[in-house]
Design a protein around this ligand. Structure first.
Ligand code: ACM
Length: 271
C-alpha cells in the first residue's frame, strides 16, 4: 500500500495579478507534499469580461515556449519534488480552453481541458476536446476534472473506468452542493478526490459571484480526510492511502463487475 501526502490549496486570487496569485498558491503548499492541487484559473481569477481578455492571460501548455505560470509551476515542482495540478487558461492554436495542467518534478506535463463549461464560460472558452484521460504521476494514476464537471457523474466515472486512483478537481465553485456530492463520487467509483476551490467575491460584469471554498481531500470510501471552511485561505492536507485497484465495495459487490449495462439508458426516451 502506498501513502501519499496530498494537499488541496484554497486561495483568494486578485483578478489579473498573476505573479501574486502564483506566489500565494505556491506559498501555501506544505513542505514534503507529494501532490498539490490548486484551483481552477488560479493565476488569473475567474470572471473574464470577454474572450479577448482571457486570451491575454492564456498560456501554451502542451508545447512551445512556456509562459510565466507554466515556468513557475515547473520550477516549483522541480525544486520541491511535489507534483502539481493547476487550473489555468490555455491557448492552443486559435482555441482557448479552461484547462488543468499536471506538472511532475521532472518537468513533464499532462493536460485536461474542461469538458462541461459553466454559464458564461460558454462565451469565453471552447469545450474540452481531450476526453477524460489518466496519467501516471507520484506513484499513482491521476485523472483531472474541473469544477462543474462534478454534476455529470459520467466525468468521474469515465476517469475511474480509465484507471484513475486519484481525481484532482481544480474548482471555482459557486453552488454549495459539490463538496458533498464529491463524497458520493468517491464512494460510487472507489477513488480518492481532491477538490481545490477558491474563496471571495468577483464582480467584474455586474453579476457578483461568491465562491464557496470548503476545499477537501476525500478517501475512496468517502471520508473527508481534510477540509477547509468557506472563507479560509490555506491547505487541506492529508496522508492518503492509495489502495490496490480493486472495486470491491463489499466482499460480494464489485462496482465494475456488478454493473448492468443492459439495464441502463444513456439518453432520454425522447431523443
Ligand atoms: C464552475 O464550473 N466554475 C462553476
Amino acid at each position: 500500500m502506498k501513502q501519499l501526502q496530498i494537499a488541496a490549496i484554497q486561495t483568494h486570487p486578485e483578478f489579473g495579478a498573476v505573479q501574486a496569485n502564483i506566489d500565494t498558491a505556491l506559498g501555501l503548499i506544505p513542505t514534503g507534499c507529494d501532490l498539490a492541487v490548486v484551483p481552477e484559473l488560479f493565476n488569473t481569477g475567474y470572471q473574464f469580461t470577454s474572450r479577448e481578455e482571457a486570451l491575454g492571460f492564456a498560456e501554451n501548455l502542451t508545447d512551445g515556449e512556456p509562459g510565466p505560470t507554466r515556468s513557475r509551476l515547473a520550477q516549483f515542482a522541480g525544486d520541491t519534488g511535489t507534483t502539481l495540478v493547476a487550473g489555468m487558461a490555455e491557448i492552443n492554436g486559435d482555441k482557448l480552453f479552461n484547462s488543468a495542467v499536471l506538472i511532475r518534478p521532472d518537468g513533464s506535463r499532462a493536460v485536461y481541458r474542461k469538458v462541461h463549461l459553466f454559464l458564461d464560460e460558454k462565451s469565453i472558452f471552447t469545450p474540452g476536446d481531450l476526453g477524460f484521460p489518466v496519467f501516471e504521476a507520484c506513484g499513482t494514476t491521476i485523472g483531472m476534472m474541473i469544477c462543474f464537471d462534478w454534476i455529470f457523474p459520467e466525468a468521474a466515472r469515465s476517469l475511474a473506468l480509465a484507471g484513475a486512483e486519484v481525481i484532482c478537481h481544480p474548482s471555482n465553485l459557486l453552488l454549495p452542493w459539490c463538496q458533498d456530492a464529491m463524497i458520493t463520487r468517491c464512494q460510487e467509483n472507489m477513488v480518492v478526490a481532491v477538490t481545490s476551490n477558491r474563496v471571495g467575491t468577483e464582480n467584474r460584469t455586474g453579476q457578483a459571484l461568491t465562491f464557496s471554498g470548503r476545499s477537501q481531500v476525500v478517501s475512496r470510501m468517502g471520508e473527508r480526510l481534510a477540509a477547509l471552511d468557506k472563507d479560509a485561505v490555506g491547505a487541506a492536507s492529508a496522508t492518503v492511502e492509495i489502495l490496490p485497484q480493486d472495486k470491491l465495495f463489499t466482499p460480494r459487490n464489485d462496482l465494475w463487475g456488478d454493473r448492468r449495462l443492459d439495464m441502463y439508458r444513456d439518453a432520454p426516451d425522447n431523443e
